[in-house]
Write a protein that binds this ligand. Structure first.
Ligand SMILES: *Cc1c(COP(=O)(O)O)cnc(C)c1O
Length: 463
């Protein structure tokens, strides 16, 4: 069994929960079990039309299966279905949210902060930039051209001007290009991505903080993908290590437990270093804030209803796998990182020289990206597509990404002004997100299928 390895976990815990309501008069559910079973069979059939995200041979997009304890805790909480907007709707789960978010802030060394869960990284970034706009109305937001695409959209929603900063050949924000924008004097906030979505690239946060001393601006760290890597700095190269070690000096941080934190979707998190930004959220909710004088999480959140079950699942996962350096959770991340380094090593050492990974220093986290060598950019893109399909036919699921072809031509000097967005030529590359701890143990089998897929498309040796 791989899909549901511990089916009894939930029913035992549900029995325990039920006991606590045993004083209530019994009532029967009217739902018809036979009819529900038929519908669920249909659901199972329909859900088969998916890539096998749960399996180690799925090594494509950012998809990591939730931990079994997260799934069980989520389902258990659903029997109550608490709403973490207010204590009236989710007393216990609000407490668990506060504790779970303290655990996450602890990764960054923050004990005093304001933070809560959100339904996604996008919502968490929206809150961060909304607060940034409240603090510096009319000032611009800037982020690297490899920053998540939603920052530009969020800025438009908030009616804040947004500008893209050129990235270097490994997808990291260029400090020179950033300084050009800073000199204009109207930058309110710099969005710093630690772990970009396409490449896992790590912006030079330490260098950006040095610029903050000179120019004065707010630093928002988008670590939706990469935040948990703060637990294993010793497994990263020096530049990424320095960036992650500087993260506690950020003004706000976003991290997605539903990316690397083993949670079901619907779990993002935003943290503000200065708790007093809570003043911007001030509002009255005429119908929800009556049962408690303590803070309701809805009083510090842009969203109203939020799934209490998300908080319960996160809390349970962090009880089992505490977010501490050297712990089992951190060791799982280290295994993902090791898998990426090993795949990258094999690609660079390919005897037939068929591949061109990103410049040395990549991968910075656990995402591997490589171009296929060919006479022309078009041919390289076409081969990547074909290898992608040949691997999928062998149950190995990879991903594709388009990058500026100049990144792969070392002769072309990096030009901070020459942004990829300005019509630069793109090449389709293969991409593999090795975010499951199991990927390390499966790397030989992943490589075997990749070698077979490449041999089918390009001919030649299987290794
Ligand atoms: C995934 C991601 C986001 C968006 O988060 P969602 O949870 O998908 O809304 C933002 N920034 C980065 C760097 C991401 O990887």
């Amino acid at each position: 069994m791989t899909l549901d390895p511990f089916p009894n976990l939930l029913s035992r815990a549900a029995g325990e929960l039920e006991k606590q309501f045993s004083d209530l008069p019994a009532f029967e559910s009217k739902a018809d079990p036979a009819a529900m079973e038929r519908v669920l069979e249909d659901v199972a059939r329909r859900m088969g039309d998916n890539f096998p995200f749960f399996h180690p041979l799925y090594a494509g997009q950012m998809l990591k299966p939730p931990h079994p304890v997260a799934r069980a805790a989520y389902a258990l909480a659903m029997t109550i279905n608490p709403n973490n907007h207010a204590r009236d709707g989710g007393r216990a789960s609000s407490e668990l949210e506060i504790e779970a978010v303290q655990g996450i802030a602890g990764i960054f060394g923050w004990t005093e902060f304001l933070g809560h869960l959100t339904s996604s990284g996008t919502m968490a970034n929206l809150e961060s930039l909304w607060v940034a706009g409240q603090l510096a109305p009319g000032k611009r937001i800037v982020g690297s051209e490899q920053a998540h695409y939603t920052h530009q959209r969020i800025s438009a929603v908030l009616k804040l001007e947004y500008a893209s900063i050129a990235a270097d050949h490994r997808g990291r924000m260029s400090l020179d290009a950033l300084e050009v924008e800073l000199r204009k004097g109207d930058v309110g906030t710099v969005v710093v991505t630690l772990g970009s979505t396409a490449l896992g690239a790590v912006d030079p946060l330490d260098g950006i903080l040095a610029l903050r001393k000179r120019y004065g601006f707010r630093v928002h760290v988008d670590a939706a993908y990469g935040g948990y890597f703060r637990l294993i700095p010793e497994n990263l190269d020096k530049p990424a290590q320095r960036a992650f070690e500087a993260i506690s000096q950020a003004d706000s941080i976003v991290i997605d437990p539903h990316k690397h934190g083993l949670q079901p979707y619907g779990c993002g998190c935003v943290l503000f270093h200065d708790p007093s930004v809570g003043r911007f959220y001030k509002h009255d909710s005429p119908y929800t804030y009556f049962t408690s004088k303590q803070l309701h999480l809805g009083e510090i959140s842009l969203e109203c209803s939020r799934a209490g079950a998300s908080a319960v699942a996160l809390w349970a996962t962090q009880q089992l796998l505490p977010l501490v350096p050297g712990g089992e959770f951190a060791r799982g991340l280290a295994r993902s990182r090791a898998a990426a380094l090993e795949l990258d090593r094999r690609l660079r050492q390919d005897k037939a020289g068929r591949f061109q990974p990103l410049p040395a220093g990549a991968p910075e986290l656990d995402i591997v990206v490589w171009k296929v060598n060919a006479e022309t950019t078009e041919r390289a893109s076409d081969l990547a597509q074909q290898i992608f399909s040949a691997c999928a036919a062998r149950d190995l699921h990879l991903a594709l990404v388009q990058l500026p072809s100049a990144w792969f031509e070392p002769a072309i000097k990096f030009e901070p002004q020459g942004s990829a967005a300005n019509g630069a030529r793109l090449v389709t590359c293969l991409r593999s997100v090795l975010m499951k701890p199991e990927h390390e143990a499966w790397l030989d089998r992943i490589w075997e299928r990749l070698a077979e897929g490449c041999a089918e498309v390009m001919g030649g040796n299987r290794s």
